[in-house]
Design a binder for this molecule. Structure first.
Ligand code: CUA
Length: 313
C-alpha cells in the first residue's frame, strides 16, 4: 500500500510542504528568468535597436533584487526549520525499538531479544527507533514516512515518528553498503492497537531465537556477508545444503577435481581457503581463519552445517 504521495507519518506533511514550497519558488524563477531572457533577446536584438542604450546604476532596482531574494531564502529556511526541528525532538513517552542494520537485512528488536523482520507498530503511537549497525554504514529510509537516517557503527543515532495510516510501507537502505545493498529491504506494518497487541503477544510467546553455536560463529565472523544461507550466490558459494554436497573445485595447481563437502574439506576451506576453489568463484577473496577460529569453533560450524541439512529433510 502507499503511493508516492502517501503521507503515513506525522512528520510527512512538513517535509512535503517544504519540498513544494521550495520547488514552487524555484519553478517560478526558472520560468520567469528564462521567459525574460528570451524576451530581451528578441526585443533588444540588433535589428530592433541599432544603437544600444547605456545604463549606469539604479539604486531602487538593486535594493529590490537584494531584499526580495533575502526574504525568500529566509522564508525557505524558516519553513525547513519548522519541518525539521520536531524530527529531532523525541516525545518522552515514545516506545523504543532498536533497528539493527547489517549486510544485508534489517531487524527490529523489541527488547529482550524479541526480534522481528518487519517493523510492526501500533497506529498513532510515538515510536523511537534506536539505530544500530553491526557492520558498515547503512541508512534507514521509509519514504511513506518521509524519514531517512544514517545507521552508523559505533554511533548512537535515532529517529522517531507517529504512524498515522494503517498499512504496509517499504523500508529501503539508502547508503551503499556492499553487493546486496539494493536487496536490503524491509517493511513497516502499521496495525490498530488490538491487532498490534495480538502480534506483540505472539512475538513474546515465541521463544527468543536460540541459534546453534555454529551459526552464531558464522554470523559473528561475518562469514554470511559472502556466503548466503538461502542458496543465493554472493561473493562465495552458498552454505545452503553444503554438508555432503559434491562440488567441482579447482586446485592450486589448476586441476579440476570433484570434492565432497565433508568434515575435512570444510576444515580445509576455513583454514586454507585458496587450496581448492569451487568452480565459478574467484581465488584470493577469503583469508585463512586458522588463527581466528579454534578447533572447537570449526567443529561447531561443521555440526551446524550437518544439522542444517537434517532439518531440510
Ligand atoms: Cu545497507 Cu545499503
Amino acid at each position: 500500500m502507499g503511493t508516492l504521495f502517501t503521507e503515513a507519518s506525522n512528520l510527512a506533511e512538513g517535509v512535503d510542504f517544504t519540498f513544494i514550497f521550495i520547488f514552487s519558488i524555484s519553478a517560478f524563477f526558472i520560468i520567469g528568468i528564462s521567459a525574460f531572457l528570451i524576451y530581451t533577446l528578441i526585443r533588444f536584438s540588433r535589428k530592433r535597436e541599432k544603437n544600444p542604450r547605456q545604463f549606469t546604476g539604479n539604486v531602487t532596482l538593486e535594493i529590490i533584487w537584494t531584499v526580495i531574494p533575502l526574504i525568500i531564502v529566509l522564508a525557505m529556511f524558516y519553513v525547513g526549520l519548522v519541518a525539521f526541528s520536531p524530527m529531532r525532538k523525541v516525545p518522552g513517552d515514545a516506545m523504543p525499538i532498536t533497528a539493527i542494520g547489517q549486510m544485508w537485512r534489517w531487524e527490529f528488536d523489541y527488547g529482550n531479544n524479541r526480534i522481528s523482520k518487519d517493523l510492526v507498530v501500533p497506529l498513532n503511537r510515538d515510536i523511537k527507533l534506536n539505530l544500530v549497525s553491526k557492520d558498515v554504514n547503512h541508512s534507514l529510509f521509509i519514504p511513506a514516512f518521509r524519514l531517512k537516517e544514517d545507521v552508523i557503527p559505533g554511533y548512537d543515532n535515532y529517529l522517531w515518528f507517529r504512524p498515522i495510516l494503517i498499512g504496509e510501507f517499504d523500508i529501503f537502505c539508502a547508503e551503499y553498503c556492499g553487493l546486496n545493498h539494493s536487496g536490503m529491504l524491509g517493511k513497516v506494518i502499521v496495525m490498530d492497537s488490538v491487532n498490534y497487541n495480538k502480534w506483540y503477544t505472539d512475538l513474546v510467546k515465541s521463544a527468543p531465537a536460540v541459534e546453534p553455536p555454529g551459526l552464531i560463529l558464522l554470523r559473528n565472523n561475518n562469514c554470511l556477508s559472502c556466503h548466503s544461507l538461502d542458496g543465493s550466490k554472493i561473493v562465495g558459494p552458498t552454505f545452503k545444503g553444503l554438508y555432503g554436497k559434491k562440488e567441482q573445485v579447482v586446485t592450486e595447481k589448476g586441476e579440476e577435481i570433484t570434492e565432497t563437502a565433508n568434515d575435512e574439506y570444510i576444515k580445509q576451506s576455513i583454514t586454507d581457503p585458496n587450496a581448492e576453489i569451487v568452480k565459478g568463484f574467484n581465488k584470493g577473496l577469503m583469508q585463512s581463519y586458522k588463527s581466528i577460529l579454534s578447533e572447537n569453533d570449526i567443529k561447531n560450524i561443521i555440526a551446524y552445517f550437518k544439522s542444517a541439512n537434517e532439518q531440510k529433510q
